[in-house]
Design a protein around this ligand. Sequence first.
Ligand code: ZN
Length: 184
Amino acid sequence: MSKKSATCPSCGSNDVLRNEKESRGRLTLGQEFFYKEILYKCNSCEEEGDFNAENDESFLNAQKDAQAIFAKNILENMSNVGITMAMFERVFELPARTLTRWKNGDFSASALALLRIVATYPWIIEVAEHKFEKNYASFVVIKIAANELLEQRSNPTLHYNDDEKTSYEKSVSIFSNTNVLIGA
Ligand SMILES: [Zn+2]
């Protein structure tokens, strides 16, 4: 264990013990990620904490890496079911090569938000292709609902409680149910 110098913010002592542990976080819709958490303990006054403010950066770096994998994963899933990056950019009116940037790890929080929405409701792409026209959007929602209802007839899940949360232990695979893609 390396001993990096730290000063106790409470009493100013340098007699400080440094402990490292591996902590875990979880990305929304994505996998678990791990980061190093450092906890200092002052031998003089017993104050404990992240004296050098290292943990936020460590967490954010690990989260960013996990987000990059998540974005890449979704984009690869899309191309596997025939949704090209050019089509996606066209229907959401994004500048050309936007998705190439995202795939290479250059994306914003809003980009991630859009990808999460698309991963959860892939048919939104079809709605976007129809310029979000209200009647078409209603038609799609009803058609999707009818399909889901037929599929779940044997095991209805018209109720929902938190115990039924989907686990994302494995990498997220979206667009696996081609029924949700209408004529794409
Ligand atoms: Zn102290």
